[in-house]
Every structure is written in C-alpha cells, then in structure tokens.
Write a protein that binds this ligand. Structure first.
Ligand code: WQD
Length: 336
C-alpha cells in the first residue's frame, strides 16, 4: 500500500518511514528539504534495505502535488510537513501560517481532486495551551496557545474539523504529540535541528558533545517538584509506531479521530539532564536562567484513548530516550 508522507525527510517523518517500510507499507515521500537533508534517504535505505520513493517539492505547490498523486496509487496521507520552531514563529508569523495552514489546505484540495480522503495530521499538545487539568485528555479545551506555531496547529485542526462536517466521507486523524525525543537505536537517523536548538533534548545533546558550552534552564521557580518545567517526553520510535497503529485502524474508517500520543508520565528538566548525564557518562553543565516567555509549568497526556482504540502504548523509557539520543549525537557530532 502506498502512503504519501509529507515532510518525510524530517525528524519524525523519517523515523515513521523506517517503521512503515518495516511494516510493509510503501512511503511516497515529499519534502522541500527546508529543514532536512537528502542524505536521510540513504540512511533509511541502510536501515530497511529499501530506497524510499522521494519527490522534492512543497505542499503549497498544488501542481506538484497533483503530479505526485498522478504518478502513484496513494491510499492515505501522513502530513508532517510544516515549520515547528516556537520562537521563530513569533518573528515570522506569515511564513508559519503560509507553510502550516495554507500548505495543509492546498494538500487537502489536491487529495480531494485525487479521490484520496484519508489523512493523519501531525498536531501537537501545544493546542491545549496551559492545561487546567492534568493529565490532559483529548476533550480538554484547545485554542489558548500562545504563539503562531501553536495557533497554526490549532487552526489546521479546526479546518479539518470543518472539512469533515461538510464532507463526512473523509477519515481525518489528528495526532497530538507531546514532546518527541530520542532516535532510532542504530544511531544513524535522529533530530538534527538547523541553528540553535529550541528544544531541550537536542540542546542537551549538543552540550554533551561539546558544540555548546552549557544548557540554560529556563526557570527553576515553577510549582513543580524540583521547580523546573515538567513535560511528557515520548520516544520518536514510539511516536512512529503510533502512526502505523493509526494507519492500520483508521485509514478506512470515516470520521474525525483525535488522539494524544504521549507516555502519560511527566519528567522535569533536571530529571532529563540527570538522565542524559548517566547516558553519556559526563556531567551536563547548566545555568539557571529566567523563565522563557510562553512556557507552561507542566503537562502530560492521558493515554487511555489511544491505548484503547489504537491498541498502541508508548513503551520506551526516559533512559532509552537519552541513551538513543546520545548514540545518535555521538555518531553524528555535526548532524547529517
Ligand atoms: C521543554 C522544557 C523548557 C530548552 C515545544 C512545542 C511542542 C513541540 C516541542 C515541536 C521546558 C525547558 C527547553 C532549553 C530549557 N514542538 N528548556 N532550556 O516548549 O514543551 O514544546 O517543543 O515539535 O509543540 O510547544 O518543548 O523542548 O522547548 O521545552 O530549560 O534550552 O525544557 O522551559 O520546560 P516545549 P521544549
């Protein structure tokens, strides 16, 4: 079965393509390579023995999308393509809404033209904003997010909800990721952010490998056990397998399907620093800094719905997340 994977050369996309190939599903990858390297293809082939089909181009280019749908017998779409740096989104809102919102609308139009009405959308726990109740369930309120990146994810969710209410022959799945971290255990694919990492784990990894002097911990005065922010970190391989589960269960099931993809457990910044120090065998130097604007104190997922409906549960530990991240970073000190 051929499945279009937009942004399939990126961090989560490439790990998902590896697991798709292992599961006998054929990914048709499109990516504009704005935040990925074409060398990832050879890494995917080395891991799976299969060279994925890749077309370079943008989800905003409808003619390009039409040509890809015409070349292949695509049965469903997994839509990862999008910009995802919170800080950058504040400085460049137009680019974020153009890429993330307009790109999703162009993709949906091209899908409809091609008669493909099954999509899994890469959404984010950021759509919940600052949760009043934890763990966060899928029917928790959404929309109170504090930056253009988060708002773009929320807007795309709302567009897909309205699309389903107008055309209920679609299968639309919204997967809300908590905090994706880690790498394939072979250490040949992983997270390779361009420039200064926004997210905690790649920053810690770059400190550990010597590319950065120290980690800035954004606040230790939160109402949490050790004062630092608490998040639900999920191994990217668990996340990839969650997509396969969603594809298998929901591809032909019309409806609007919304699932959290998390572990249901929270870890603090200091706990992650400590786990990483154990994984790499070195201390990770850090300095306590003021809180980062827009950060929330804590959040973690209720995972009951995904476990029940998708028969999927994250299994990899924080130790595996940090060991696999260190394995990737130490094998690839400068990324791809
Ligand atoms: C985690 C914790 C920081 C960096 C965002 C998006 C989400 C997803 C993941 C894309 C917080 C602290 C971080 C650093 C630090 N986006 N931190 N020093 O903000 O929970 O989520 O990224 O996939 O949609 O909202 O993730 O990794 O940036 O921060 O102290 O240098 O680490 O304050 O407590 P976040 P994060």
């Amino acid at each position: 079965m051929e499945v279009l994977v937009t942004g399939g050369m990126g961090y989560i996309g490439s790990h998902t393509c590896v697991q798709m190939l292992q599961a006998g599903i054929t990914p048709i990858i499109i990516d504009n390579l704005s935040n990925a390297k074409v060398g990832v293809l050879a890494r995917i082939e080395a891991l799976t023995g299969k060279m994925p089909v890749f077309h370079q181009g943008s989800v905003q280019d409808e003619a390009f999308l039409d040509s890809v749908f015409a070349k292949h017998d695509i049965k469903a779409v997994i839509h990862f393509a999008g910009l995802k740096a919170v800080g950058e989104s504040v400085e460049q809102p137009l680019e974020y809404y153009d890429n993330n919102v307009n790109g999703s609308l162009v993709l949906a139009r091209a899908m409809r033209k091609a008669g493909v009405k099954s999509i899994i959308f890469s959404s984010s726990a950021t759509v919940y904003g600052d949760p009043k109740v934890i763990p966060i369930t899928e029917d928790s309120p959404t929309g109170a997010t504090t930056n253009p990146y988060g708002r773009s994810k929320y807007m795309v969710e709302e567009c897909f909800k309205d699309l389903f209410h107008a055309e209920n022959d679609w299968s639309i799945t919204l997967l809300r990721y908590f905090n994706p971290v880690g790498a394939h255990h072979f250490g040949t694919i992983g997270e390779d952010p361009q420039g200064i990492p926004n997210n905690l784990m790649p920053f810690i990894a770059q400190v550990a490998i010597g590319r950065r002097d120290r980690l800035s911990i954004f606040g230790n005065d939160y109402p949490t056990p050790d004062g630092t922010g608490v998040r639900d970190y999920i191994h990217v391989m668990d996340l990839a397998e969650g997509h396969i589960a969603a594809l298998n269960v929901l591809r032909e099931k019309t409806g609007l399907h919304i699932y959290n993809l998390g572990t249901g457990k929270g870890s603090s910044v200091l706990e992650m620093v400590d786990a990483f120090a154990k994984a790499c065998g070195n201390q990770v130097p850090y300095v306590i800094c003021p809180r980062r604007a827009g950060d929330i104190a804590e959040c973690w997922a209720s995972t009951d719905k995904a476990e029940r409906d998708l028969n999927w549960k994250a299994t990899r530990s924080v130790k595996e997340m940090t060991v696999d991240t260190w394995n990737w970073q130490s094998n690839n000190p400068n990324g791809y």
